[in-house]
Design a protein around this ligand. Sequence first.
Ligand SMILES: [Zn+2]
Length: 97
Amino acid sequence: MNKLGKLIHTLEKDELENLKRDLLIGNMEKLINKRLLMLSTGEMKICPVCGNDINILKDEYYKLEFGDQSLRRQAYFDALDCMQFFIDKSRGQEVNQ
Ligand SMILES: [Zn+2]
């Protein structure tokens, strides 16, 4: 089941009725369009460790650049703990190769 399906199964009756109303009057479409715009402009990033949203224009964040020049990659983290976990995990993968 996808994320939205799982979320819907956790909602109470009044929350489902509000969601259905928002869907019918077009609020959900506006919300989705706003989110798509934020993602397409690069304003929003997702922490690869915990999955939290990071708005790089508003939120505090940590950025890691890695890889050789032909395949340079970037990762954004919402917390130092997440970046540390990512580095530790990457270091473990290098040792195992
Ligand atoms: Zn995180």
